[in-house]
Design a protein around this ligand. Structure first.
Ligand code: DX5
Ligand code: ZN
Length: 221
């Protein structure tokens, strides 16, 4: 059986914002398929990053998928602006949404693909009632807020649980992991079921970004 590989989604949380367009182009040149955009509001996550205008400015620079991860309270307040900015995926936190099903409908109505994210302390079964509506499930392997943290390995065990639920129920969401992923541990996440690999530090600090992408995708291990 062919070895499972994954899509690579470098996270721009770790870039030098002084040369953002150049850095985005290097994501494309290195062979990654997605750009992961970590949005933080300083409330849901203890850090501030960027907003919809950054997405709008990135949009014309690349044809890659813009995978927006909103670590914000009240994610429903940002759906329209991210859709207008050109986001492809709009992933919000189940911990920040009282009415997640309604937020998902609003994301779809705005023309984006809905994703949900769970923090390390949130169990998979919290998602039971919305998995059928999702295009993406993002498993956060660190406590949200900063790049370059160490992965919490037990979070990886959420992947096989979601793989079997998806198979039994015929759902078709993609599984993505985010936080503490390196060129060394990406293959383990892929073996456990990850379809998309988010990596900030591992990509943007790599001396050879194309080689790093291959390892992150599980091609070269
Ligand atoms: C949550 C952020 C980070 C970032 C990836 O804090 O979502 O996980 O994307 O950070 P690295 O890949 O540098 O650990
Ligand atoms: Zn993220």
């Amino acid at each position: 059986m062919a070895k499972k590989t994954a899509l690579a989604a470098p996270s721009i949380l770790s870039v030098d914002y002084g040369c953002l367009a150049e850095e985005i182009r290097s994501v494309e040149t290195a062979g990654a398929e997605w750009v992961h955009i970590d949005v933080m509001d300083g409330h849901f996550a203890p850090n501030l990053s960027f907003g919809p205008k950054t997405v709008a400015d990135i949009r014309p620079v690349t044809k890659l998928i813009l995978d927006c991860h909103l670590m914000v309270s009240n994610p429903q307040d940002y759906i329209e602006t991210f859709a207008e900015a050109g986001a492809d995926y709009f992933t919000f936190h189940i911990e920040a949404a009282l009415h997640a099903n309604r937020v998902i409908q609003q994301i779809k109505a705005a023309g984006m693909k809905p994703g949900i994210c769970i923090v390390p302390s949130t169990p998979v079964h919290v998602l039971d009632e919305i998995l059928d509506e999702l295009d993406l499930v993002l498993i956060l392997l660190v406590n949200p807020g900063f790049g370059g943290q160490k992965m919490i390995p037990s979070c990886l065990e959420k992947l096989p649980k979601l793989v079997s639920i998806r198979k039994e129920s015929g759902y078709n969401f993609l599984l993505s992991v985010d936080g503490g992923i390196t060129t060394e541990n990406a293959s383990l996440a892929i073996e456990k079921g990850a379809d998309v690999i988010v990596a900030g530090n591992a990509f943007f600090t790599a001396s050879d970004r194309a080689a790093a992408v291959k390892k992150l995708k599980g091609i070269d291990y």
